[in-house]
Design a protein around this ligand. Sequence first.
Ligand code: SAM
Ligand code: ZN
Length: 156
Amino acid sequence: MKKIKKAYKVIKSNIHRRGLCAARDIKKGEKIIEYKGKKITHKQADVNSKYGYDITYLFTLNKKYLLDGDFKYNTARLINHSCNPNCEVLDEYKSAIWISAMRDIKKNEELSYDYGFSYDCDYKDHVCKCGAENCVGFIVREGSRWRLNRKYLKNY
Ligand SMILES: C[S@@+](CC[C@H](N)C(=O)[O-])C[C@H]1O[C@@H](n2cnc3c(N)ncnc32)[C@H](O)[C@@H]1O
Ligand SMILES: [Zn+2]
């Protein structure tokens, strides 16, 4: 059976510290890497100072649970956010979270997805440096970015 080459590799990112890039051309819809971690409750995250730093490796599963992805074995933790991402999160089953290609991705393109941060949760704490043309300057989920655009327009 032909072995399929791993789709990603670790890089020094132009967005933030380390990131992942495509190690080969990737087709739209291809599952690239699983986001693995330890299931914890929001309450546990709130009381543990380990989760209070600038760099967050927490992945929200639902209103009760998060996935703490801050483990070496979870290489997917290194994927950065972009306002024009090439990947998306497949979480239909929540038992396994896969990062998959939203479109065809060329070898050496940095992999990114929309972190899905809400506008209400102190968006100003999360400055976005993705460099995309449509970047709104903060890491905010796509569905809420219009609120920021409106703010920008007011300033002109
Ligand atoms: C899950 S880590 C991503 C990997 C990180 N680059 C590293 O080297 O560990 C998430 C953190 O990376 C940074 N980050 C990710 N995407 C970013 C972006 N578009 N702009 C600025 N910082 C970003 C933020 O500090 C965020 O809390
Ligand atoms: Zn951005």
